[in-house]
Design a protein. Structure first.
Length: 217
């Protein structure tokens, strides 16, 4: 699709592109022309009978160009052409289920990244210093082992109350809680009468050597 055809396609009618889809554009591995074609289908043709002649007319393309875009988007797993039978007539319909699954995955991935970024900012603010690359690996291990943010924040609170600003100390608190079966702050409050952090020794603690201990059941 050349520039003139693209401009005519956009100018001839409304193609609505939701913001959440636009935010994922860079991760879709599509050219702008392929993306516009996909958005045309998104607006008009999801699970509707496939009519290449009408698509060609609407988008100022020839039939071979339409089939070329369909082939590319099928190969990239954004759509399928499904065969349906209606009143003994066999028809093809455009199915964008794969596209919706990709968008959902990208949005969930982005949400997880946002959560991790928010936690990193919180830790840096509480410790009053930037987090280095080794410490980021420790924090990521907490996320991979499903340690709740509320537990992390409670461990930070205890460490700071003890006058300790070491992430290794916070890591050991979390490790100790994991061994005790604590998964929420409520678990700690129910089972501990004193400050857990006061009893924790961390001088010889090496989280890398004991990484396997973090694997949850």
């Amino acid at each position: 699709m050349n520039k003139e055809k693209l401009e005519k396609t956009i100018g001839d009618g409304n193609i609505v592109i939701p913001l959440y889809i636009l935010k994922c554009f860079k991760s879709l591995n599509l050219t702008m022309e392929e993306f516009i074609f996909l958005m045309y289908l998104y607006n008009r043709y999801d699970k509707v009978y496939f009519n290449p002649e009408k698509i060609a007319n609407d988008m100022n393309l020839d039939i071979m160009e339409v089939m070329g875009y369909i082939s590319v988007l099928t190969d990239k797993n954004y759509l399928t052409l499904d065969i349906v039978k209606d009143n003994e007539i066999i028809e093809e319909v455009v199915n964008l289920s794969n596209f919706y699954e990709k968008i959902s995955f990208l949005l969930m991935q982005e949400e997880t990244q946002d959560d991790n970024t928010s936690l990193l900012k919180y830790i840096e603010k509480e410790l009053g210093r930037p987090i280095n690359s080794t410490e980021i690996e420790v924090i990521e291990s907490w996320s991979k082992n499903n340690i709740d943010d509320s537990l992390i924040k409670e461990a930070i609170r205890i460490a700071l109350n003890d006058g300790v600003f070491s992430l290794k100390y916070i890591d050991k608190i979390l490790f100790d809680w994991k061994n005790r079966g604590y998964r929420t702050v409520s678990d700690i409050q129910k089972n501990e009468k004193s400050n857990v952090g006061e009893a924790i020794e961390v001088e010889d603690w090496n989280w890398l050597d004991d990484e396997e201990e973090y694997i949850t059941n």
